[in-house]
Ligand binder design. Sequence first.
Ligand SMILES: Cc1cc2nc3c(=O)[nH]c(=O)nc-3n(C[C@H](O)[C@H](O)[C@H](O)COP(=O)(O)OP(=O)(O)OC[C@H]3O[C@@H](n4cnc5c(N)ncnc54)[C@H](O)[C@@H]3O)c2cc1C
Length: 450
Amino acid sequence: MSPDPVHAIAVVGAGPAGLFAARALATAGSRVLLLNRDVKPGGLAEYGIFLDKYKMKGGIRRQFQKILANPLITYLGHVTVGERGAISVADLRAQGFDALVFAIGAQGTKYLGVEGERLPGVYHAKDLVYHYNRLPPFSERAYPIGRRVAIVGVGNVMVDIANYCVHFCECDEVVAVARRGPFEKAYDDREFEDIEDAFDRRRYRAELERIRPRLAAVGQNPDELLRAMEAREEPQPQTHARLSFRFLASPRRVVAEAGRVVALEVEETRLERKGDRISAVSTGELSRIPCDTVVFAVGDRVDEEAGLPYRDGLYLTAPGADQDPAAAYQVWDPAAGAPMEGVYVVGWARRASDGVVGRARLDAETGIKHVLARVAARPRRPRAEADALVARVAEALRARGARPVTYAEVVAIEAEERARAAAAGVEELKFASDREMLDLVDAAAVKPPA
Ligand SMILES: Cc1cc2nc3c(=O)[nH]c(=O)nc-3n(C[C@H](O)[C@H](O)[C@H](O)COP(=O)(O)OP(=O)(O)OC[C@H]3O[C@@H](n4cnc5c(N)ncnc54)[C@H](O)[C@@H]3O)c2cc1C
C-alpha cells in the first residue's frame, strides 16, 4: 500500500522553533524539508545555552534527535536562505512547496547608537555567546576579554556573559549597567545563582544607598532588596573576580585612548512612574565607568538581509491579529499590501529575543496550527512526489555550489565529537570550524540522502 498523500512544507531554521515546527508538521502527516544555516541543528539551544548546563542541553538534544530521525523530515544543514545565501526566499518560494515556515531566530544586531559601539573590545552578546559556545565562524574569531568588563543590560543574557567572564576568563571585575533600577532587573533569580559567588554584596549595598533617594521618589524601598540579599546564603567564591551593578546609568559613549577601550561613559538617570511602567529619564550628568571591555546584552533583532519584509527589527506580519490570531504568523508584503502567500514566521524570528526554549516551542506549535489550517485547503500530493521535490531542492543546492549536510552526517560529526571529548577527558567538545566538520564527513563519505 502506498503511503498517504501529503503536503510538502519547507521549514527554514533548525533551532527549537524550527525543530518543533517540523515535528508538528510531520505529526500532521506533512513531508518536511528543514534547511539550516549552521552545520548542526539546535540554534541557540546548541550554541546559546550556557557552557556547563550539560544536563539541560543533553535533554533538549535528545528531543531534537527524535525529531530528526522522523523519515518525514529531511534535514539539510550548512544552507543559508537569503540574498547572500545558497538560495533566496524568492527561489525557495518558486520550488512548489505548500508553505514556507521561517524559524531563523533573531540574527541581527541591535545597535543602540552609542558612540564607539563598534570599537575593538566592544561586543554584542550574541556574537560572544556564539563564540564561547563554538559556533563557526564566531568560534574562529578572537573575542579577548580584559580585566574590567562593563555589561550593558540586566537580563538573563547578562548573567551568562558575567558567568563566562568571572568563571572562564582572566577577569577581575564585571559591572552590569542598567538604565533603570534594581526593581526593574530582568534576570531570573534562579539564573543569578550561577554568579552569586562573584556578587559583591558590599558594593551592592553602597550602590543602593547612592540611588536610595531616586528609588524613594517612585515609591521603591531598597531595604526590601537588602533583606532578600541577606536571606540568601553566601556561596563559597569560585573566582577572585567581583561582580557589581551600576543602576540608573544610560550608556552614552565608549571611551577609547589610542584605540583601546578605557571607559564606558554613562548619563545618570532618574525614574519616572507612567501608569504601571517605570521609565528612566536622563539627567544630563555624565560619569565614567572604567573598563577595557564592553558587552551589549540588550537583545537582538531579526536579520534584515534574510529577504523577508522587515521594519524596525522585526519581520512584517499581517495586520488584524486581534481578530485573526493566524495573522500574527503570516508574513506581510507591504509592496503588495497583502500577505505573502504561504510564508510564515515562528519563534524568535517572529518575536526577537522572546523567552526560553519552551516559549519558542509553544510559539512554533501555535504557528503550525494556523499553517495547517490554511494548507488544508490545498490538494495533497503523492508521497513520492513530495520526496522528489525535496530531492530536487537538495540537488539544486549542490548544483549552486552549496554543500548541504545531511542528518546522517550530523550524527557522524557528533559521534566523533563525543569520541574526542572522551579521549580528552572533557564533558563536551565541539569542532570549531565548518571546514573540520565537512572534511570529516567528506572523508567518511557518509551516504548522501535519497
Ligand atoms: C545567551 C542565551 C542563553 C540562553 N539560555 C537558555 C537557557 O538556559 N534555557 C532556555 O530554555 N533558553 C535559553 N535561551 C533561549 C533559547 O535559546 C531561545 O528561546 C530559542 O533558541 C529560540 O529558538 P528559535 O528557534 O526561534 O531561534 P534560534 O535558536 O536562534 O534558531 C535559529 C536557527 O535558524 C538558523 N538560521 C538563521 N538564519 C538562517 C538563514 N538565513 N537560513 C537558514 N537558517 C538560518 C540558525 O542556524 C539556527 O539554527 C538562551 C538564549 C540566549 C541568547
